[in-house]
Design a binder for this molecule. Structure first.
Ligand SMILES: Cc1ncc(COP(=O)(O)O)c(C=O)c1O
Length: 448
């Protein structure tokens, strides 16, 4: 361990191939919630919200050439609603769906204009939405509450960035930084909401509170939906690989659900990247019993948006049954991604990508840079591959951004990190009764 900059320079990138998925062909988690009708409903609502427009999908042909792949496409969510992150897609759709259900109407009957009207206020009164957040989700909830003329109360975990706090407070929300980690903050937000009659807008489900997290996930579907339209419009090939980053996994699960629903058995391989200090999906896949396994402690990583130790159960099933691989990434992987995207090769676009946004680009460079040859081969990443990624945030903490990009905090794997380490999840993955049943009914063929 070298503590110069608070990082463990010896920490390895760890991956696990999700071979177990071949047993789930007929029993995999249902992705119909991410089918065309559902995705269109969210997209239609978003298009009524002020400031909506598809975010740019950048092509990086020179980086693709350097890394030895056919194409790299990155959706730049720093442009989303002027909020510097993708999260408002989920919060706005979930809150709209909540209000529409309270009004006894279909979301298709309501637009943003209707929701801010006096008729809605007369019917429902003032509603307070509560959430726990690393920053981006809370800002999205606070922003949605403000534009819909409602209220927001936001709890942030210990160690939260002052700048992210300020951004949420600037939306008019009541914000508190707690002295506990993210997962505890979620519990506190839920308890306070219960006591005060607030509505919890959390991107992870609890028993009896499944609707809002699912609506948040469906709202995220607008992102891959736009990306596919943009790829088609530019004549680019279909993606062969999609790299996503996971905190509680709601966004990764939504993207995986979208592609599986759209492409069925020939959907692209989905690779899930996590912060090593909060790698609950990687840990769960390693345990191999088909159940979620949580990570506890301070979850201290520069990837604040990924600092979540408990998977969203709805997302967990989808990723467990459909994703191709889970990767535990030390902070230097993300810092490398930030520097690469912020200092593009001549002719490639500049992308301002923050800590949680850039980890997938850093991971692709790690894999294609020869640090994990077995993993690259297993994923079939090479000259024929087209990779789609999502830079989910810009410089939401500008000081931290400059510290990595200008001052070189968290040196890259060119110097540190060396080889990664990985393995394949056992071909008999789970030992519960349910999964025994699944194994007995195993068939050939799979999407990943
Ligand atoms: C910028 C950014 N990227 C990715 C994520 C991960 O999303 P999820 O928690 O749904 O896995 C977050 C979550 O807050 C985020 O803020």
């Amino acid at each position: 361990m070298n503590k110069d900059s608070g990082m463990d320079r010896d920490e390895k990138v760890l991956w696990i191939l999700n071979e177990g998925t071949k047993y789930f062909r007929d029993h995999a988690a249902d992705v119909s919630a991410f089918g065309e009708d559902e995705t269109e409903a969210a997209r239609r609502f978003h298009s009524t919200v002020p400031g909506y427009g598809p975010t740019p999908l950048w092509s990086l042909p020179h980086l693709a050439e350097m890394l030895g792949v056919r194409g790299i496409y990155i959706k730049d969510e720093s442009y989303r609603f002027g909020l510097n992150a993708f999260k408002a897609l989920g919060a706005s759709y979930a809150i709209a769906k909540y209000l529409s259900s309270r009004l006894g109407k279909e979301i298709s009957e309501l637009s943003y204009e209707t929701l801010i009207g006096d008729a809605v206020r007369d019917a429902l009164g003032e509603v307070t939405f509560a959430s726990a957040t690393d920053g981006n989700h809370g800002r999205a909830v606070a922003w949605t509450a403000r534009i819909l003329r409602q209220n927001a109360v936001i709890y942030m975990p210990k160690g939260s960035s002052r700048r992210r706090y300020d951004a949420i407070a600037a939306e008019g929300a009541h914000v508190t930084i707690l002295d506990v980690n993210y997962d505890e903050s979620v519990r506190i937000a839920a308890a306070e909401a219960e006591k005060n009659g607030w509505v919890v807008v959390q991107d992870t489900s609890r028993t009896g509170c499944e609707d809002i997290p699912m609506w948040i996930m469906q709202g995220y579907g607008t992102m891959p939906c736009e990306a596919m339209e943009q790829l088609h419009a530019s004549g680019a090939p279909e993606p062969t690989h999609v790299f996503v980053q996971a905190g509680v996994g709601s966004y990764a699960g939504a993207v995986q659900g979208f592609f599986r629903a759209r492409f069925g058995g020939s959907c692209p391989r989905v690779v899930v990247a996590e912060a090593s200090k909060a790698a609950c999906f990687y840990r769960s896949a390693s345990a191999g019993d088909g159940n979620p396994h949580i990570v506890t402690g301070d979850l201290d990583t520069i990837m604040a948006g990924l600092a979540c130790g408990e998977p969203n159960p709805a997302a967990f099933g989808i990723l467990r049954d459909h994703a191709s691989a889970f990767v535990s990434c030390p902070d230097y992987v993300s810092a490398r991604g930030m520097r690469m995207l912020g200092n593009p090769l001549t002719g490639d676009p500049f992308i301002r990508s923050g800590e949680s946004g850039a980890v997938t680009a850093g991971l692709l460079a790690f894999i294609m840079g020869g640090h994990a040859p077995g993993f690259r081969e297993a994923l079939k990443l090479g000259r024929d591959s087209t990779i789609l990624m999502f830079s989910t945030e810009g410089d939401t903490d500008p000081v931290r951004y400059r510290s990595a990009v200008w001052d070189g905090e968290f040196p890259s794997f060119g110097a540190y990190g060396g080889e990664g380490r990985g393995r394949t999840r056992s071909a008999r993955p789970y030992n519960s009764l349910f999964h025994d049943h699944v194994i007995r009914n195993a068939g050939a063929g799979r999407c990943n």
